[in-house]
Design a binder for this molecule. Structure first.
Ligand code: ATP
Ligand code: LTN
Length: 334
């Protein structure tokens, strides 16, 4: 608890350009949570180097992501937006937790298996212990809730197991976090293969709408989205493409599926796709404008980075000191 509020932690990697899926599935929900929770949102750049990165590119993407957090509506006065690498306690706690996580547990992580098979030339131990660093992120702030997608639930389970194991040995040191799955329908699928989720690492750029896509590109991608030959806008199992477009439309317009289906009754896919495109443009355009404005204000962003890193450090150090004491590290001499 901080100031009588429960604590929330989440983060995103600065790898690849954010997609509409990242916005509707994560960022948009994050914005609504700041009144109820004390929120920490990290740009997890230490996680990013588990796969090879170009240094200049990583630095640029990390800054863009932090700026995008603000452009999407996260108020940096109310939410702690910071770079993971600016708070060294993440690495320090991760080391300690490495000594309490079992190889058997890490061997089961499906993301590791996936990524290892994609990067056979660089299966490094950072990739292997990725979930332990993630556990450190969460436990450092004594987070009560962690909004993540389904794909990250396995990592969150591991975090809970390690925290419980640690508490079992040393007493109540860590808050045990709960996962927080956003609203249903927030899983946005690929526009080209609607059985697969929309992902920033998809090689087919037509499959994803990027937050920075211009209106023409957004419209073109919507118009080219894979559908079916039923010629009927309805929310059916056998129409994954149309279902996905309906999900996007409803998330962008805050309409219910039922309302949307009624609206397009008797209309063709062409009209429907145009309306979806328009709804996406109307959501993304203000974010893009704000992003451009913010990007030109270097001093403002710098000041946020500095102040929020200090705030994050303060809370992180509190937990780290407690943990160091518990495991038997000598006290510092002042
Ligand atoms: P990558 O392709 O690099 O794995 P990603 O696009 O899948 O990336 P993540 O960085 O894994 O995105 O996720 C960032 C956040 O966005 C997570 O909270 C995740 O649940 C959410 N998210 C990612 N893709 C989608 C999607 N298609 N629909 C809804 N939410 C999503
Ligand atoms: N692994 C997550 C990003 C991430 C995270 C976290 C999410 C790193 N640390 C802590 C929630 C809490 C991902 O790839 N989406």
């Amino acid at each position: 608890m901080i100031d009588n509020k429960k604590v929330l932690f989440s983060g995103m990697q600065a790898t690849g350009d954010l997609t509409l899926g990242n916005y509707l599935g994560a960022l948009k929900n994050w914005v609504t949570l700041c009144d109820e929770y004390e929120c920490f949102y990290s740009v997890v750049d230490m996680h990013s180097i588990t796969v090879r990165q170009d240094p200049a590119e990583l630095r640029k993407r990390a800054r863009n992501l932090l700026t995008l957090y603000i452009a999407a509506g996260l108020d940096p006065e109310k939410n702690c937006l910071y770079y993971q690498s600016h708070v060294s306690a993440h690495a320090e706690l991760a080391w300690i937790l490495n000594c309490y996580a079992y190889m058997g547990e890490l061997n089961r992580m499906t993301q590791f298996k996936d990524k290892a098979s994609k990067h056979t030339e660089n299966i490094n131990t950072g990739l292997y212990t990725y979930p332990v660093l993630m556990a450190a992120d969460i436990l450092l702030y004594q987070a009560d809730v962690v909004p993540v997608g389904k794909d990250q639930m396995q990592h969150l389970e591991l975090c809970r197991d390690v925290a419980q194991r640690f508490n079992g040995i040393y007493g109540e040191v860590f808050t045990i976090p709960e996962g927080y799955l956003g609203k249903i329908g927030a899983k946005i699928m690929s526009l080209q293969e609607p059985e697969k989720k929309m992902s920033k690492s998809d090689e087919n750029t037509n499959a994803s709408i990027y937050l920075m896509d211009d209106p023409d590109t957004i419209m073109r991608k919507c118009k080219r989205a894979v559908t079916d030959s039923k010629a009927c806008v309805s929310y059916e199992e056998d129409q994954p493409g149309i279902r996905n477009l309906l999900d996007i439309y409803c998330a962008c317009t805050d309409k219910s599926t039922q309302e949307a289906v009624l609206e397009f009754e008797g209309k063709g896919y062409g009209d429907f796709k145009s309306a979806v495109g328009e709804s996406v443009i109307s959501v993304l355009l203000p974010i893009q404008t704000r992003f451009k404005e913010l990007s030109t204000d270097k001093a403002y962003i710098d000041q946020i980075i500095k102040a929020n890193a200090e705030k994050a450090n303060y809370y992180a150090q509190k937990t780290l000191r407690k943990v160091q004491k518990k495991v038997g590290f000598p006290e510092r001499i002042r």
